[in-house]
Design a protein around this ligand. Structure first.
Ligand code: FES
Ligand code: FES
Length: 171
């Protein structure tokens, strides 16, 4: 009979100290969704291609379908639920105002990718935003409304104005 070894994992999930038992080959995505009921990381390709399962691990974006749950032991995990202090962030508000998404499946991952970017570059350029979300597949939009929302929320203008500025064009 196969013996399954279970491991006790202690993490901080969205600011809350959390203890959960996992198997050695459980991935972080399953731990969050199934064991802890944190549903914003989405199950997409499950092989690192789509970015829908993106979470922050110690403040850096990772694909939670590629990270073993045991690797998160003693680390801090943040999902979209954890960045919403007292309501939506400025980027989320602007994404709603600009109707940046359609089905919204990609939204949690893209919001976290943008949050990581803004943490290190508070007024990003359009190219920096595009690069930050490049690993997050959106099947519904052309990305520009997402880029524009991040730029508007950070006071960086729009993709049109920052492209004009970076190319030296004047209005
Ligand atoms: S589900 Fe993880 S990258 Fe697609
Ligand atoms: S809005 Fe549908 S996948 Fe991005």
């Amino acid at each position: 009979m196969r013996t399954v070894t279970r491991h006790q994992i202690r993490t901080i999930v969205n600011g809350e100290p959390t203890s959960v038992e996992v198997e050695a080959n459980d991935v972080l995505l399953d731990m969050l969704r199934t064991a802890l009921g944190v549903k914003s990381p989405k199950i997409g390709c499950e092989r690192g291609d789509c970015g829908s399962c993106t979470v922050l691990l110690d403040g850096r974006t990772v694909r939670s379908c590629l990270v073993l749950a045991v690797e998160a032991d003693a680390h801090e995990i943040t999902t979209v639920e954890g960045i919403e202090h007292d309501g939506l962030t400025a980027v989320q508000e602007m994404m709603i105002e600009q109707s940046s998404f359609q089905c919204g499946f990609c939204a949690p991952g893209i919001v976290l990718a943008a949050a990581e970017l803004i943490e290190r570059a508070p007024r990003p350029t359009a190219d920096e935003v595009r690069e930050a979300i490049a690993g997050n597949l959106c099947r519904c939009t052309g990305y520009e409304s997402i880029v524009d929302a991040v730029l508007a929320a950070t006071g960086s203008g729009t993709s049109a104005t920052t492209s004009a500025t970076s190319s030296g064009a004047s209005s």
